[in-house]
Design a protein around this ligand. Sequence first.
Ligand code: NAD
Length: 354
Amino acid sequence: MAHLVTLIPGDGIGPEVSEATRRVLDATGVSIDWVVEEAGAEVLAREGTTLPERVLDRIRDSRVAIKGPITTPVGSGFRSVNVELRQTLDLFAAVRPSRSLAGLPTRYPDVNLVVIRENTEDLYQGIEFEKGTPEALELREELRRLSGRELREDSGFTVKPISVTGARRIVRFALEYVRAHGRRKVTLGHKANIMRFSDGLFLSIGQIEAEGHPEVWFEETEIDQLSMRLVREPSAFDVLLLPNLYGDIISDLCAGLVGGLGLAAGANLGWEYAVFEPVHGSAPDIAGKGVANPIAMILSGAMLLRHVKEPAAAEAVERAVDRVLERGDVRTPDLGGSSSTDEVAAAIDRELSA
Ligand code: NAD
């Protein structure tokens, strides 16, 4: 039976890498019924919203989706489609593997780690108050009353909530991920000495839950320390468990350790739905030129195949990507080559059918 998959091509380089991904996934021979839906700024102009309810319904129907990146204009007044999608569908876990790929010039030949990022809380919850608004002024008054602290009148606010419920489910998800994927160690990153009641809570839930899993080597480290250790010795890490903001930043760092954003795949998972997407954004600087690296989204597609219980096809895609990179003759400019997005997809396609 065919798998029903919603495809959101996105904008910028999104449509280019989405087309390449669809081609490669179809070439595996796995039967997929694609339902294509648009979201983002262009949809806003037509339908008055960046994320129509129809798109969410399609994902609820298919339960599985793959999306290209979607631009979030800075200071535009509308919220990020990506953040809204994760919150509305309760996709509370972002899973982003980073592994050294053969044939690429990299400082770190033996990286094999996974970032697990809490996806719904923290500073990305979207509770913000613009400086000078009546709400911001009222909040400042309230904070003065509650804390006795004086804040500058021209302050803007972004709230950082971390709950026991939210922390517990992502910690349990990470511990279960370690078991299910034959990994050994979880490193929880935080800044609990400064943010005692948000990061501190995240850390204490991690410690409590880890006690029930003596088979998992659990360590915790401050996020600044973690950043330094990651660039010095990334091979010492296995699974990184991080609150939302740190997870976002460290994912890009880890992508950089192994060849850049053009290779970094990801998944957003909840109990009910799964949305796969590359770590990178819409790359406006190269959009429309046909030179975007499609591998990050193709590897996200391989994660999707594994999720829908097509592990042989997932492995075939990963092996085909490895072989193309190892040979080195077909590469996009971000990896030092001069090939186009389509040429990379065609090379992977050829490997799959070889
Ligand atoms: P970006 O990831 O789009 O680009 C950063 C740099 O990496 C650019 O130089 C770009 O050319 C390069 N790059 C990224 N993907 C590449 C690929 N596949 N192949 C080759 N080079 C690639 O980050 P940004 O410029 O900060 O963000 C652009 C827009 O994307 C913003 O509006 C941002 O909000 C949005 N964004 C969306 C998502 C998402 O949809 N999940 C994620 C991150 C950023």
